[in-house]
Write a protein that binds this ligand. Structure first.
Ligand code: PLP
Length: 375
């Protein structure tokens, strides 16, 4: 129940243990088509370049940044936590002019501030933001921000590493241009792959670049040749076959449940956890309307040692939760309810253990009842 990786179902692990076949084997080519279709169903888009990039979420992030930006370009980056700043640093390394729109850690990005920043930077090529800030447990309004990008005639770039599979993300309907995501949070596949989707508008812009993308490995045009529609796929790199089996199985499981029902499950279990935490006297940091269901940031009560408690939970109760990052370090716990870890059983384990921490087992029983009533 940390901020990811979440638990991986046995069915996914079993899929990864299937025999490794060649990445140009005709069977594998069929598998690649199926993978792309499943990813499109997950992003809710129909874009040509919708593929899993070989590498963790950070590689997905960097691939998008290096493909979209050239030296001298302007990008507006929204920063309300750790990962927004990482995006900004990557953009600077591409030689881009970065306009940072800061928001208090623990609050959603304010569309009015972004609008003002885009007005002040009329040449901005990209607006980038993190939909679900894992460092602070905040959900920003991706639909409103993507609309602002369109109004100001720039591309939207969205970090959906933690949001995908856990909270609504409708890439096509919201007209988002480029998204990168992660496998190890609400999709419940192991880490190491980053699903990415790039629409035709962004692809056309990439094709018009003055300079080639400085990273050969991450160049989307080359990756399109590898993952493209044609039957004549060209070798690019040796795909991580077994990791892809795992992601494919995890996506099948997600769509067996249905994407919409998975979103509902995350919200419902978040409500249950919140009800239980309240009984234990534990407060959430983020205002109700901006909370991310899959990542609950809890204030550490006075007199309780943050890191020692996490250590005890892990060693004695077998429960992993996360600590705070940056300004929140030492002050909060981050409790994940992601994918396969988002179940009533994990909430029960968590509330029972936290009741011991706050040293009131009776409260623990009441907290559990409150949580189960909520479910
Ligand atoms: N973006 C967000 C919002 C994340 O939470 C993370 C990882 O936790 C990343 C990007 C980076 O992903 P990875 O650790 O898989 O490289």
């Amino acid at each position: 129940m940390g901020p990811g990786p979440s638990g991986v179902p046995k069915r996914v692990l079993a899929a990864m243990a299937r025999p490794t076949i060649g990445h140009l084997d005709p069977e594998f080519i069929l598998f690649m088509d199926s993978m792309k279709q499943l990813l499109q169903r997950t992003f809710l888009c129909e874009y040509g370049l919708t593929i899993p990039v070989s590498g963790p979420g950070t590689v997905g992030m960097e691939s998008c940044v290096v493909n979209l930006l050239e030296p001298g370009d302007t990008i507006v980056v929204c920063i309300n936590g750790f990962f927004g700043e990482r995006l900004a640093i990557m953009a600077e390394r591409c030689g881009a002019k970065v306009v940072r729109v800061h928001e208090t850690w623990g609050r959603a990005i304010d569309p009015d501030k972004v609008d003002a920043a885009l007005r002040a930077a009329p040449k901005a090529k990209v607006l980038a933001f993190v939909q679900a800030e894992t460092s602070t447990g905040v959900l920003s309004d991706a639909k409103a921000l993507a609309r602002l990008a369109r109004e100001h005639d720039c591309l939207s770039l969205v970090d959906a590493v933690t949001s995908i599979g856990g909270t609504p993300l409708r890439v096509g309907a919201w007209d988002i241009d480029v998204v990168y995501a992660g496998t190890q949070k609400c999709l419940s596949a192991p880490p190491g792959l980053s699903p990415v989707t790039v629409n035709d508008r962004a692809m056309a812009m990439i094709k018009e670049r003055k300079h080639p993308v400085q990273s050969w490995f991450m160049d989307f045009r080359l990756l399109q040749g590898y993952w493209g529609m044609s039957t004549r796929r060209s070798y690019h790199h040796t795909a991580p076959i077994n990791a892809l089996y795992g992601l494919h199985e995890a996506l099948l499981m997600l769509h067996e449940e249905s994407l919409e029902l998975a979103w509902v499950r995350h919200r419902r279990h978040h409500n249950a956890l919140r009800a239980g935490l309240k009984v234990l006297g534990l407060e959430l940091v983020v205002p109700a309307q901006e909370r991310l269901p899959q990542l609950n940031v809890v204030k550490v009560p006075q007199g309780i040692e943050e890191a020692k408690t996490r250590d005890w939970l892990l060693k004695v109760r077998g429960l992993e939760i996360g600590g705070g990052l940056g300004a929140l370090a030492g002050k909060v716990w981050r409790i994940g309810l992601m994918g396969h870890s988002c179940r009533s059983r994990t909430i029960e384990v968590c509330l029972r253990a936290l009741a011991e921490v706050v040293d009131d087992p009776r409260k623990g029983r009441v907290a559990l009842r409150a949580a189960m009533d909520e479910l």
